[in-house]
Design a binder for this molecule. Structure first.
Ligand code: G3P
Length: 218
């Protein structure tokens, strides 16, 4: 499973990248705002900086919601760097735009997916990635991980090339569940990724090894 980090924070991106396990980055307008990145020029500069740090797909979201606007914005974003993936919302105009981008070899990430039907439409339109938001489904007492399993079965039935990018990941169990199901990618915050490394028996075992070494090597 590929690991993407879901942030616009350059320090978190660098830290995950330095671990040597990072495959890509996803951003959205809220994550940009959280880092106080505002204004078209600053946003574009920020995407370029991210592409400079990570040598893998970087999702950049369009703001336009009409077909022509999505195409024009998406083409400009795609021109910024070979690794840019144009993030398009799951709305009818977005589906049409994804078909256009797919026909013009521009990679897309169809975002704000909350149902299997939406994921099916995105795959039929030729999306490179589909982003089901599992944490936000859990937040309303729905089954986020269950949706990933359902989409996996549907895509397997028809050999769709669209990659399932489990998004809105909140904690390490989300990552593990998605890996068991066979999600192609997960995107989550640095904290959830780092928590995968933690185990109390690892900490106590290491402490013991170091204490025993110290006793014999005074
Ligand atoms: O990639 C989608 C993600 O950014 C949404 O996450 O935590 O805002 O639900 P969250």
């Amino acid at each position: 499973m590929k690991f993407f980090i879901d942030t616009a924070n350059l320090n978190d991106i660098k830290e995950a990248n330095d671990l040597g396990i990072l495959d890509g980055v996803t951003t959205n307008p809220s994550l940009m705002a959280k880092e106080n990145i505002t204004g078209k020029e600053n946003i574009i500069k920020h995407y370029k900086e991210i592409c400079h740090i990570v040598h893998g797909p970087v999702s950049a979201e369009v703001i336009a919601t009409d077909y022509k606007g999505i195409i024009s914005e998406g083409e400009k974003l795609a021109d910024l760097h070979d690794n840019i993936v144009v993030k398009v919302p799951m709305i009818p105009e977005g589906i049409k735009a994804i078909r256009y981008f797919s026909d013009h070899n521009i990679k897309t990430n169809c975002t704000l997916i909350f149902s299997a039907g939406q994921a099916l439409l995105a795959a039929k339109a030729g999306a490179t990635y589909v982003s089901p938001f599992i944490g936000r489904l859990d937040d309303i007492s729905a089954d986020g991980v269950g949706l990933i399993a359902q989409i996996r079965r549907i895509y397997n039935n028809y050999d769709y090339d669209t990659q399932i990018l489990a998004a809105s990941v909140r904690h390490p169990m989300h990552i593990i569940d998605c890996a068991e199901i066979g999600a192609d990618v997960m995107t989550g915050p640095l904290k959830a990724i780092m928590q995968l490394a933690k185990h109390p028996l690892t900490d106590s075992g290491l402490e013991q090894f170091l204490a025993d070494y110290a006793k014999g090597n005074k």
